[in-house]
Design a protein around this ligand. Structure first.
Ligand code: GLU
Length: 342
């Protein structure tokens, strides 16, 4: 077990043991949101959510904090194991976890996974150096490609793209697994020729790369990508806008997902309700907390990319403010018996 994971375990154990005491004394209850790399968008997104939740802390007594993590897959595993209360995850990985597919086949469906709302769109972003001789996807085989660290959603979405393209690890001279915070430097130092990142824009990693060397964003398109999108409706065609990064002056076609905020059915209804209320009651402010949120609309955040049922606490808020009709079906009851397949 890594030191960070060990710390997280101790922290969650401590909060589990202390929660009833804190409640009895009218003290704060800790709520930790698992995010991603500090150079991604999940981390500042989690920070924006906690900022709004903590503004109301004197009323609801919830103390929200964020933790940087390896990304979506790790977050879903931690949520399932009760080591995280809330997490930001890619909508494709939310679907795979809820259904128990791909990387989640061994543990089976995560029945208790619950949605709160979706966040910003994310695009599969393939970054190369302008002098690297890579102009299209077809130029990638034979090169040194970073597909993302274990536990990241980047790696999971890249696995889908690689399968669609008919590439395995032998197609590349190196398949690297660097954390998002190290990819820009590795590219600009010439240690890798390309990296992949499923991320919202603008993001710290892309800003770092574009200010350290001359980069190009690779279009992710072609017949294999078309069939991938057809086979998996959780992927959709998207465009990375021009002008966000130095050297990336043209819009680039690729595919993407939604970042989503998820939790487990074990999160108390009141905590889910207060978290959602803090964000939606202060939506204008929320949108100004990160440029990737600028175009968000309340209505679409309740539907886009959410395959797990809404948490009952979130549902209560959405009904209360009329964002959902009061006859919206409630999530199915949770089977709390220990799963034999786990
Ligand atoms: N989509 C990435 C992942 O799931 C994280 C992106 C971010 O941190 O903004 O691992």
């Amino acid at each position: 077990m890594s030191v960070n994971r060990y710390r997280l375990c101790l922290l969650s154990l401590a909060s589990l043991l202390l929660a009833p005491l804190a409640q009895a004394a009218g003290e704060n209850q800790a709520l930790t949101i698992g995010t991603g790399s500090v150079t991604g968008v999940y981390y500042p997104a989690g920070g924006a959510i906690c900022r709004l939740v903590n503004k109301e802390q004197p009323q609801h007594r919830i103390r929200c904090s964020i933790v940087s993590t390896p990304g979506s897959i790790y977050n879903l595993q931690q949520l399932r194991d009760g080591r995280l209360a809330v997490a930001v995850v890619q909508s494709d990985t939310q679907y795979l976890a809820f259904q128990g597919l791909d990387g989640f086949a061994e543990t089976g469906p995560f029945d208790k996974l619950r949605s709160l709302f979706s966040l910003h769109p994310e695009s599969l972003t393939l970054v190369v150096r302008q002098d690297g001789g890579i102009r299209t996807l077809a130029d990638l085989p034979g090169k040194r490609l970073d597909i993302g660290n274990p536990g990241s959603g980047d790696r999971s979405s890249m696995a889908a793209l690689m399968q669609a393209q008919g590439w395995d690890s032998s197609a590349f001279s190196l398949l690297a697994s660097l954390p998002a915070a190290e990819r820009a430097r590795a590219l600009c130092d010439g240690k890798i020729d390309a990296f992949a990142y499923m991320v919202g824009h603008p993001s710290g990693t892309l800003k770092e790369a574009s200010s350290s060397c001359n980069i190009r964003l690779l279009p992710v398109a072609g017949p294999a990508v078309d069939s991938l999108l057809q086979a998996h409706p959780y992927f959709s065609p998207v465009r990375i806008p021009a002008g966000l990064y130095r050297g990336a002056d043209e819009e680039v076609a690729t595919f993407g997902v939604q970042a989503t905020l998820v939790t487990s059915a074990d999160l108390p209804d009141e905590q889910a309700y207060q978290l959602v209320k803090s964000v939606f009651d202060n939506f204008g402010q929320f949108k100004r907390l990160h440029p990737a949120f600028a175009l968000l609309k309340k209505e679409t955040l309740l539907t886009q990319g959410l395959s797990a049922p809404l948490h009952p606490g979130a549902l209560r808020y959405y009904r209360e403010v009329g964002l959902l009709p009061s006859d919206e079906p409630s999530p199915p009851p949770v089977d709390t018996t220990e799963k034999t397949r786990r």
